[in-house]
Ligand binder design. Structure first.
Ligand SMILES: Nc1ncnc2c1ncn2[C@@H]1O[C@H](COP(=O)(O)OP(=O)(O)OP(=O)(O)O)[C@@H](O)[C@H]1O
Ligand SMILES: [Mg+2]
Length: 414
């Protein structure tokens, strides 16, 4: 017979006494050593970055949990709820003690760093926070009210290139020069007494390269990048969230702060606060704000039209014949040997695809290729022509701006 109250006893938190108890024990037993408590410490990342070495102590027995990484990451992610590590840092020995406990909002943890002097302990914690919180080879993503480092997103930007981006006229040069020039021109801005900051808005219908261009810029500029994915939270207001966003961005200047689909992020409720943050003259020195939208009509004129907010607007329109020819030409060169697709056919197809976005053109080639692989004996150009007619029909029945095929990517992270 199991007593009724045993499980209640197991699960009733007595944790309110945990932290003071640990501190009392440390105070009483550490001799000349000093310690400092901190509520977060990404020790694993600090090790991964090569700044220290750690050894997990077997006594007391470390408690670890293995949680599922989720639908997108189907593996177990191990973490320690309770453990002690010996740390070797800059030739100095330290100890880190971690414990966790359940609260009504989930798990909470605390870390105690123990070292010979309080200066060493403080320097270690400060350096660890600085190194593990700057983006480095990742992008800081703001979602759910806090920042997270995303290495995946960083790697996605590193794959993007201006080489495979076809833009009309001198648009590509204008964008690249604009930002490179800006980054190199700080002394000039200062001698002229103007704030060294920049804002640009990429405007255009889905699937014409706004996100691709943002990625390629992030790769090219090589400064920290911060990406705002959402400005909603069950507890914090969007003003609170915007405050956190700009606060962090200002700490990392010079840096790029990205708002994809600005029209969805800036609403009536947070608009004036957003404007206020954008206007901060001194506070925004070194800040590049990059925003994209395919609904400029939904953006308040105060944001759209005041040059001090977005200095430049770049338009990513549907490709004209010359751009369609260039884009299909790239594919034709890539596929010619395998498919027998010749240059003059690519040019014909460019004429027939008036009104297609780049994303539609890409869909046309890729879906034709898949169809052609499965239809042995068929001519690739014939498949392209059939597919072109089908896609045009689809475009007529699905409004261009709302179709999900307008762009392959919904945001920077996909
Ligand atoms: N100008 C272009 N040159 C070459 N490829 C392009 C161009 N525009 C879009 N593409 C390709 O089409 C796909 C979708 O483009 P992208 O995500 O950049 O569109 P977008 O303008 O950001 O659309 P949305 O407004 O829906 O976010 C990508 O694979 C991209 O490489
Ligand atoms: Mg996009």
């Amino acid at each position: 017979m199991i007593p009724d109250n045993i499980f209640t006893s197991c699960l009733t938190p007595t944790d309110s006494s945990l932290v003071p108890r640990i501190e009392e024990i440390l105070q009483a037993n550490l001799g000349d050593n000093e310690f400092l408590a901190t509520s977060s410490l990404d020790l694993d990342e600090y090790v991964r970055l090569g700044h220290c070495e750690i050894m997990l102590k077997n006594q007391p027995h470390p408690i670890s949990v293995a949680d599922w990484g989720g639908e997108d990451a189907d593996y177990l992610v191990a973490s320690y709820e309770q453990a002690v590590w010996e740390v070797r840092w800059r030739g100095i020995k330290l100890h880190v003690l971690k414990t966790s406990w359940a609260t009504s909002c989930g798990m909470d943890s605390r870390f105690w760093v123990i070292g010979e002097t309080s200066a060493v302990v403080t320097d270690f914690i400060l350096d660890l926070h600085r190194k593990t919180n700057t983006p480095g080879e990742s992008i800081l993503v703001f979602h759910g009210g806090h920042w997270q480092r995303s290495r995946e997103l960083y790697l996605a930007t590193q794959k993007a290139s201006f080489d495979d981006l076809i833009l009309s006229g001198s648009l590509q040069d204008a964008i690249r020069n604009d930002f490179q020039h800006f980054l190199n021109a700080r002394p000039r801005y200062e001698s002229l007494g103007v704030a060294w900051r920049r804002g640009a808005l990429f405007i255009g219908p889905p699937g014409n390269g706004k996100t691709h261009c943002v990625r390629a810029l992030v790769k090219e500029l090589q400064i920290p990048s911060l990406y705002v994915q959402s400005l909603t939270h069950s507890y914090f207001t969007s003003e609170d969230l915007l405050k956190s966003v700009f606060h962090r961005a200002r700490q990392l200047r010079p840096c790029v702060l990205i708002f994809e689909d600005l029209d969805a992020l800036v609403t009536e409720a947070n608009r004036s606060f957003f404007l206020n943050q954008l206007d901060g003259f001194e506070k925004n020195v070194g800040l590049i704000v990059l925003a994209t939208t395919n609904h400029p009509e939904r953006i308040d004129p105060a944001i759209l039209n005041r040059p001090s907010r977005f200095d430049r607007k770049y338009h990513f329109n549907l490709p004209e014949l010359i751009e369609r020819t260039a884009y299909l030409g790239l594919w034709q060169v890539r596929l010619a040997a395998e498919t027998g697709w010749v240059k003059s056919q690519a040019e014909q197809l460019a004429i027939r695809t008036d009104g297609f976005s780049f994303a539609y053109l890409k869909e046309l080639v890729v879906s034709s290729l898949l169809r052609w692989i499965h239809q042995s004996g068929s001519k690739f150009f014939q498949v392209l022509e059939d597919q072109c007619a089908e896609l045009r029909q689809q475009m007529l029945t699905t409004p261009m701006l709302e179709t999900s095929m307008g762009a392959e990517t919904a945001d920077l992270s996909d």
